[in-house]
Design a protein around this ligand. Structure first.
Ligand code: ATP
Length: 571
């Protein structure tokens, strides 16, 4: 039997259970613990933006929480400011700090990013401890007032609990609104296949920026509510323990699901309470439960509860149907004097090349001759050391990958780049994310039409991760074509395909080129390339050694020598 609980019923059930418990059974201590759980829900919802959706291990969430707490704590206890002024400021100050830090910090990847964000918390902690006149130093400041809104007090207890959970619900609604459509899909693509994100026109830097600022805003809000609840401010709110708690809640509950934030926060805050009877051994029990959750629900409790029964495989795709996609506009690609060195390796040495609208050009060359480097430079994944790349005379040489994609250059990779957790239809629909004109429904409709052109409509709801290689290749190309690129660069598209699949792929490329696209196909498979390409270009050691009609090029001695060594003769 497969357990599957939808997110909305799960959230409603949790909310009802908490409400019944709070009103009917909870002591004032229990109410406070539940209030703190609600505050952590907001903190974790914020952390999900950067850690879950953007996939960046930020260790600054505790710092944003502490900063929000100090803003409210200082202004409330020292200046008597009310919630209506301090709460927005507690959100704004961490958000502004995140926006300021984003430029240097978000450029960093993986562990460097984690270390930089960790340093932020440590820096703020130092300031809090040493700036005694303002922060109260190591002792902090007592007397943070409760929440008062336009002179109406929200007393601690049931009223505060209701208020905090209402804000948590609003925070959850906002998180859902931000992430539910094409914008959310673009986060999944960025997180799971960063290479594909650029090629689909998705601006990674902008998404990470928004996620970081939102996480800071949510962190600040949670910190403000926390000091209102406990009534004092001290450097503990900037301690690393809060960051670790938030990270654990997010991993245990779920990184991207709203229900995950609720489950993680309520579970982690209540576990120590439930095991308090074990006295000094309670931490062992808490650790054991968390270990079980991580072992049996590695994607978090929410994903475990909502998991879908695995779909049975459809029959193999019957082959491609007649295909009628037109590029958004027609324009040609021109490359002059392109050079690229990697240390002492000359990957490209002054390559000149042009692909006209409606033309299919094949690019061949032995391993290491510079073919993928050329594709990477055209599509902005790497920067050339010299030379120029233009689209109908407009220079795109120094543009970033997502800008080049938005100008009309599409790309597929040697290994298909598909977000494993997306359904096929969404992997293709995500191509519409950068210019979200018709919303998710329209993007899915278009994706379905394209998938059915590939004979894959029957698999549209299956996950990318469970597809055979040939299907992944088709979906990768379908996603690239969904943007209707004027120029498309394909890196070994026939690799690993059966003869039938390769023939069907050739049919799609011919039809797309016939509609006005400029197509550059890199491949080693001559059976595939010779009948497909109008012109063939051969690279060796970063230089063009032959070009012209395909049959002529493959017979040229320089090409044969490049592939088989000097002295070899064409078969
Ligand atoms: P293949 O057919 O095996 O894919 P290729 O023709 O696509 O080969 P490239 O991958 O473009 O060749 O590599 C060209 C040269 O540049 C090789 O010598 C390769 O080792 C080197 N190279 C490519 N990318 C890098 C990189 N990021 N860092 C260092 N060297 C690189």
């Amino acid at each position: 039997m497969t357990l599957r609980i939808g997110a909305a019923p799960a959230l409603t059930a949790i909310a009802l259970a908490i409400a019944v418990y709070a009103v009917g059974f909870a002591s004032s201590y229990d109410l406070r613990v539940l209030t703190v759980s609600g505050i952590y829900v907001i903190l974790v919802l914020g952390y999900q933006f950067i850690f879950g959706h953007a996939g960046a291990l930020s260790l600054a969430q505790g710092a944003f929480f502490g900063l929000g707490a100090y803003v409210t704590g200082i202004l409330g206890s020292q200046f008597g400011w009310q919630f209506t002024a301090t709460f927005p400021l507690s959100i704004l100050v961490p958000a502004l700090l995140a926006a300021t830090l984003a430029l240097p910090v978000l450029r960093l990847d993986s562990h460097y990013f984690a270390l930089a964000t960790l340093a932020l918390g440590q820096g703020l902690l130092l300031i809090a401890v040493n700036w005694e006149g303002v922060t109260g130093g190591a002792n902090g400041l007592p007397g943070v007032p409760g929440i008062v809104i336009f002179d109406i007090a929200v007393p601690r207890g049931l009223a505060l609990l209701g208020f905090v959970w209402a804000l948590a619900a609003a925070a959850a609604a906002l998180a859902w609104w931000v992430m539910h459509g094409l914008y959310g899909l673009s986060f999944t693509v960025m997180r799971e296949t960063p290479l594909a994100a650029g090629a689909l026109g998705i601006d990674r830097a902008a998404l990470r920026f928004v996620a970081f600022v939102l996480s800071a805003a949510y962190g600040g809000a949670a910190g403000a509510l926390f000091v209102h609840t406990i009534g004092v401010i001290s450097p503990e709110v900037l301690g690393f323990a809060i960051m670790v708690t938030c990270l654990t809640m997010t991993v245990a509950g779920g990184r991207t699901q709203i229900a995950g934030a609720v489950i993680g926060a309520v579970l982690l805050i209540h576990l120590p309470e439930w095991f308090r009877g074990l006295e000094q051994y309670y931490l062992i029990a808490v650790g054991a439960v968390l270990l079980l959750v991580v072992l049996f629900a590695p994607d978090g409790a929410a994903a475990f509860l909502a998991r879908r029964p695995a779909k049975t495989q459809d029959r193999a795709p019957p082959g491609l149907k007649p295909f009628d996609l037109h590029p958004a506009r027609t324009c040609g690609l021109e490359i002059t004097g392109l050079t690229k060195n990697y240390g002492g390796i000359r990957a490209l040495a002054g390559v000149d090349l042009a692909v006209a609208p409606g033309e299919i050009v094949g690019l061949i060359g032995p391993n290491g001759s510079g073919k993928t480097t050329l594709a990477n430079l055209i599509t902005g994944l790497d920067r050339p050391d010299g030379g120029r790349i233009t689209l109908d005379g407009s220079d795109i040489t120094s543009l970033t990958a997502h800008r080049i994609a938005r100008r009309g250059v599409g790309r597929t990779f040697q290994t298909p780049q598909l977000a494993p957790s997306l359904r096929l239809v969404d992997a293709v629909a995500a191509a519409h994310a950068p210019n979200d004109d018709g919303g998710l429904a329209a993007a899915r409709q278009d994706a379905l039409a394209i998938l059915s052109g590939f004979g894959l409509a029957g698999r549209a709801d299956q996950l990318c991760r469970s597809q055979p290689h040939g299907v992944k290749r088709s979906v990768d190309l379908a996603a690239a074509l969904a943007r209707r690129p004027s120029v498309i660069v394909l890196d070994e598209p026939a690799a690993g395909l059966s003869a039938d699949e390769a023939a069907a792929l050739a049919g799609v490329l011919r039809a797309y080129a016939a509609n006005g696209a400029a197509v550059l196909v890199i491949d080693h498979d001559m059976e595939f390339l010779l009948p497909l390409a109008r012109r063939l270009i051969c690279l060796d050691a970063g230089q063009i050694i032959a070009q012209g009609a395909p049959a002529d090029v493959v017979g040229q001695p320089a090409v044969v020598a490049a592939y088989f060594g000097a002295g070899a003769r064409p078969a």
